[in-house]
Design a protein around this ligand. Structure first.
Ligand SMILES: [Zn+2]
Length: 359
């Protein structure tokens, strides 16, 4: 069933002969690798990075991916021949099959990336089956795996708050990618932001051009573009009022909020409120087993995390009694989430095609 999403792969051999799957997280500047065996054990504990050189175009970048894979395999005491399937994730926009948008991507600036089919090209270069996820969906799959393992039929919704707002939906154990690859683009879901107290008159804008979506209030970009300008009018004597560069000043807000600065706490309360409204919509759409929160927004002290989660819950309208106890988890280990999520998707494909030793 899962394999039908991809074109037929010629080099699948239906005998278990390989030890691991690989996860490759390709970013604009770095590639991160991991390996996963059939016991669901990751062979690399920390980041294993290699420069991506994406600005030099796809041909150079694919060479970098292959070179880094050899190095990572050596570091993990395996050979590239031991890899059954490769999971690849990248920032979008790209189709569900890993074809970048014809309009290009902010992370991959060379013109040859426009409309580039990275999944097929990497598969041909490495001579191994490659499965593709966008980075938000890969991160969501990693968060889901940590809570439920690889065999679970559970459903989860992950919101990852960083520069933008990524994430994904895992429905009964499988990533929702959608018809064109935009499934789980949670940042661009519109929310009833007018009901959030304390931001009267504010019309938050997003890069996608739709005012009032989740990312327009709940992201680092939103703080610099929208929340800081709005709240500094209310707090004209604030230390950030003198900042000439608001996107830069936005990076200071989390630390100030942790230390109890009233304006910065207000900004984070608004972000938590936006998440509460969004999660409420997800609860009533999917009735999920878990909500998961990740990204820079929760890379804070435990105390601040708990306060932030309490603000999310406080902003959710009342749920049905059966749904009110839905757990909200914090996603662990954000730096390796993309590579690990991609590896988990690869593990599913490898198991479905019976490619791995059962140990
Ligand atoms: Zn948007």
């Amino acid at each position: 069933m899962i394999l039908l999403k991809y074109p037929p792969v010629t080099n699948l051999e239906h005998r278990p002969s390989q030890k691991v799957v690989a996860g490759i997280d390709l970013g604009g500047t770095a590639i991160n690798y991991t390996f996963l065996d059939n016991c669901e054990h990751f062979l690399i504990e920390q980041l294993c990075e290699h420069p991506s050189r994406s600005k030099e175009g796809p041909i150079v970048c694919l060479d970098q991916i292959a070179e880094g894979l050899e190095r990572a395999a050596t570091a993990a005491h395996i050979g590239v021949a031991d890899i059954a399937v490769i999971g690849l994730d990248t920032p979008g926009p790209a189709s569900a099959l890993g074809v970048f948008s014809a309009r290009g991507s902010t992370n991959f600036v060379h013109p040859a990336w426009s409309g580039y089919d990275i999944r097929t090209n990497l598969e041909q270069k490495l001579g191994k089956p490659v499965v593709y996820l966008n980075d938000g969906n890969a991160g969501a799959l990693w968060g889901h795996f940590v809570i439920f393992g690889a065999h679970s039929r559970a459903t989860s919704v992950s919101a990852i708050v960083g520069t933008g707002l990524g994430g994904g939906i895992i429905w009964e154990g499988n990533v929702i990618q959608g018809r064109k690859g935009f499934g789980g683009e949670l940042g661009h879901v519109l929310i009833p932001y007018q009901s959030i107290s304390g931001i009267e008159g504010l019309v938050p804008s997003c890069n996608c051009g739709r005012p009032g979506d989740l990312e327009s209030l709940c992201s680092l970009t939103a703080i610099g573009r929208c929340l800081l300008p709005y709240f500094l009018k209310k707090y004209p004597d604030h230390e950030l009022a003198k900042a000439a560069d608001l996107p830069r000043a936005a990076k200071l807000v989390r630390g100030l909020a942790e230390r109890g600065d009233p304006m910065s706490r207000e900004i984070f309360r608004v972000q938590a409120s936006a998440l509460g409204l969004f999660f409420d919509a997800m609860i009533n759409t999917f009735d999920p087993d878990a909500l998961i929160l990740g990204g820079g927004v929760i890379e804070t002290s435990k105390e601040f995390q708990e306060w932030f989660l309490s603000q999310i819950r406080a902003a959710m309208p009342d749920q049905r009694e059966e749904q009110a106890d839905i757990p909200i988890y914090i996603m662990p280990n954000g730096d390796t989430a993309g590579a690990r999520g991609a590896a988990i998707e690869a593990l599913k494909i490898a198991r479905a095609a019976n490619l791995l030793f059962s140990q």
